[in-house]
Design a protein around this ligand. Sequence first.
Ligand SMILES: [Zn+2]
Length: 72
Amino acid sequence: MPAMSRKFIVLCCVCGKRHDTNGDWSKFELPPVNDGETSYSHGVCPDCMRKIYGGEEWYQEYQKSLPEEPAT
Ligand SMILES: [Zn+2]
């Protein structure tokens, strides 16, 4: 199959949200299905990063290095 058809989804191993190819983090309600086209990887979503590392100096420095996000 063409490589372009592959989907890549990152699952947050802390809260179970998924980061799909749309760039959105959403609650993962269905178990991952191995359809041969979707690759799953485990990571940590931004919300959990903040909860876990929010007090860490390196994380605060990292956040400062990111472009400002508009308040929602
Ligand atoms: Zn998470």
